[in-house]
Design a protein around this ligand. Structure first.
Ligand code: G6P
Ligand code: MG
Length: 213
């Protein structure tokens, strides 16, 4: 049975995926390329380095090794600039209520994100207190879709992967969780996410029945 819930952060609990994309857009713009919204999905939920490689592939922009390092730094400082004033209002609707509910029911909870900025975001949005374990970019070496982040999450919760359910908004994260042999609840405003066992469009009004598989 389900004993632990592992949540991706960006795009699942907090509305930050848009800031990651804004920073990628700004980088492309510096190279004379306008990124339309179609680029949001392929750049989502993967590591900063992998996202840069995909951006270069898709746009045909080329960079030397040194330029790539500078671009990664720039992207992150712009991202930090965008999230500078982030607070409770960035938490998606219904998230606090759902976290309160599952904690009161005794589920163990973890964050499973490969972002180096996870702790900062959790602190600024007041979410830290809901989690027993926080797995972020500093704790794992292999980015999603590798299962490492979710396997380490289960391990630190002292649970078997089969006892964990993952909440994800990106295909790379769904694949990471599936490879870790966990059930996945997709969080998608459009109502579909490839590979997820179930999909929700919002946490609003959600209760523990969603955890029945
Ligand atoms: C999350 C986000 C990605 C981001 C990655 C690395 O997975 O969904 O968009 O690229 O974290 O985040 P960082 O903040 O370290 O660049
Ligand atoms: Mg995400």
């Amino acid at each position: 049975s389900v004993k632990g819930l592992i949540f991706d952060l960006d795009g699942v609990l907090v509305d930050t995926a848009k800031y990651h994309f804004m920073a990628w857009k700004r980088l492309a713009k510096e190279h004379g390329v306008d990124l339309n919204d179609g680029y949001a999905e392929p750049l989502k939920g993967i590591s900063r380095k992998d996202a840069l490689e995909i951006l270069l592939d898709l746009t045909g922009i080329s960079m030397s090794g040194v330029e790539k390092l500078r671009a990664l730094d720039k992207k992150n400082s712009w991202y930090l600039e965008y999230i500078m004033d982030i607070d409770e209002s960035a938490v998606f609707e219904g998230v606090l209520e759902f976290l309160d509910l599952v904690k009161s029911l005794g589920y163990k909870t973890a964050i499973g994100s490969t972002s180096d900025n996870s702790s900062l975001i959790l602190e600024c949005t007041g979410l830290t207190r809901f989690f027993d374990v926080i797995i972020d970019g500093y704790k794992v070496t292999k980015p999603k879709p590798d299962p490492e982040v979710y396997l380490v999450g289960a391990k630190e919760l002292q649970l078997d992967p089969s006892e964990c359910v993952v909440f994800e908004d990106a295909v790379a994260g769904v694949n990471s969780a599936k490879t870790a042999r966990m059930k996945v609840i997709g969080v998608s405003r459009t109502g579909s996410l490839e590979g997820a066992d179930k999909v929700i469009t919002t946490f609003s009004g959600l209760d523990e029945k969603i955890l029945d598989f």
